[in-house]
Design a protein around this ligand. Structure first.
Ligand SMILES: [Zn+2]
Ligand SMILES: [Zn+2]
Length: 439
């Protein structure tokens, strides 16, 4: 388990003041707001329709920035644009940087509130044209990189915070009464170690919504844990013409691979291990059981040689029914070769919290669900912060060359979060001095 307090001294915090920066909203993105309005259902409250139109325009503006891990300057520029928007709207914001990755903490200036929203502005790579967002008004779809993963969510968090601040101002209250903390990070796609992992310990919240997955009808309360392993099998190299003088390492590797499969009985139901672990032996329709994927294979250098070494990279996903340490021990005991763990990530399971019921109450038709991929929400587990993964509809197009967002699906998510924030605002006392973890 990684140590959380290491390297804190290396972090760099800059409080961004209320002054307006030089960045001006690009006028071309106002057409996105007009197009988005045309996609919204009739009868929507005017303020909500305006918020969603602004949200789509801001999403498009962020999508035009190529904020991939391979372009750190663009990741920084995207953080600058978000920080400038927050400053323009007088929303308090603290910028952090770790190993060159920027994160923003925004909303309640004490970084403490009933609700937190976790979003990210980095994206995976894509073809050039994916960084030119476009709306299909006939279908109500926003196309391009970051549409659903996760720039719409950054825009939603920002616009929601602005709305809450306006409603508080009407009651004579200020940002110190905001019921929200926004955690906006720049490295989710590369593991979140310099983003969410570093930023989350600086906030306090009763409930965190990671707006990065799920769907309007599915609030994710469980995500599988991850174990990456490298299996190395050794043999004895020889000339390919005289294989009897060697031992082919591929044969040994295949034997080991076959020996591992019975440890994943729900994935390989035909096979039996000595002692079937409880809770995972029956294949479930939702595949909520541990799995193993052999994703990479290396052996040999020439067709006329007997390989002396063969290496397989394994991706294991586990559930709350598994003890990951025991699973690794069982895997080691099953093979002849060497098995090294290169990464172990905790699973994410929502703690008991009244906020889950409140969220489901605010989101008619939504039900708890589970997800097989891991996200930054896993960092909530170590912090014992209750949370869920939720968001708009992208028809599982994230990371593909057809990434898109269904614009009308923003409505139920935004309305539910607004209702939840209003409920939280009732209980939010103005916070005192900014909270500093470790201080
Ligand atoms: Zn994401
Ligand atoms: Zn992603």
């Amino acid at each position: 388990m990684p140590h959380r307090t290491a390297d804190r001294a290396a972090e760099n915090h800059t409080v961004i003041g209320g002054e307006t920066t030089a960045a001006t909203p690009n006028a071309s993105f106002t057409t996105f707001a007009e197009q988005a309005r045309a996609c919204l259902p009739p009868g929507l409250a005017l303020a909500t329709a305006e918020d969603i139109a602004d949200m789509v325009a801001l999403t498009a503006r962020l999508m035009a920035i190529r904020s991939t891990a391979s372009r750190p300057a663009e990741v920084g520029r995207c953080a600058d644009v978000i920080a400038a928007w927050l400053a323009d709207n007088e929303i308090p914001c603290t910028r952090m940087e770790h190993e060159g990755v920027p994160s923003l903490l925004a909303g309640n200036p004490a970084h403490a509130a009933p609700l937190a929203l976790l979003v990210h502005f980095d994206v995976v790579d894509g073809a050039d044209e994916m960084f030119t967002p476009r709306i299909d008004t006939a279908t109500g779809v926003l196309h391009g990189r970051g549409a659903i993963d996760d720039k719409y969510a950054v825009a939603m968090a920002l616009v929601l915070c602005r709305r809450c601040l306006r409603e508080l101002a009407a009651r004579g209250r200020g940002a110190e009464s905001l019921p929200l903390v926004l955690v906006i990070t720049g490295d989710e796609e590369t593991g979140g170690r310099n983003g969410a992992f570093r930023a989350l310990p600086h906030i306090r919240a009763d409930f965190c919504v990671a707006l990065d997955g799920g769907a309007p009808g599915s609030v994710i309360t469980r995500e599988k844990g991850v174990i990456d392993l490298v299996l190395t099998a050794r043999g004895k190299s020889a000339h390919g013409a005289r294989p009897w003088l060697g031992e082919n390492a591929v044969d040994a590797l295949v034997r080991d691979y076959e020996a591992l499969k019975p440890l994943f009985p729900a994935q390989y139901p035909g096979l039996h291990s000595g002692c079937p672990p409880e809770g995972a032996a029956i294949p479930a329709a939702d595949h909520w059981h541990r799995t193993m994927n052999l994703g990479l294979l290396h052996a040999g250098t020439a067709v006329n040689q007997v390989p002396g070494e063969a290496v397989a990279h394994l991706d294991v996903r586990y559930t709350e029914h598994d003890d990951p340490q025991r699973l690794v021990a069982d895997m080691r005991a099953a093979v002849q070769g060497e098995l090294a763990v290169t990464r172990m990530e905790p699973l994410f399971v929502t703690d008991d919290t009244p906020w889950l019921g409140r969220l489901l109450h605010c989101a008619p038709g939504a039900a708890p669900g589970c997800a097989h991929g891991a996200s930054d929400a896993r960092f909530l587990t170590d912090l014992s912060m209750a949370g869920v993964v939720w968001g708009a509809e992208g028809e599982t197009s994230q990371h593909t060359d057809r990434e898109h967002l269904l614009i009308p699906s923003l409505v139920p998510v935004y309305e539910a979060l607004l209702a939840l924030a209003r409920e939280a605002a009732e209980t939010t006392e103005p916070q005192g001095q900014p909270h500093r973890a470790g201080a």
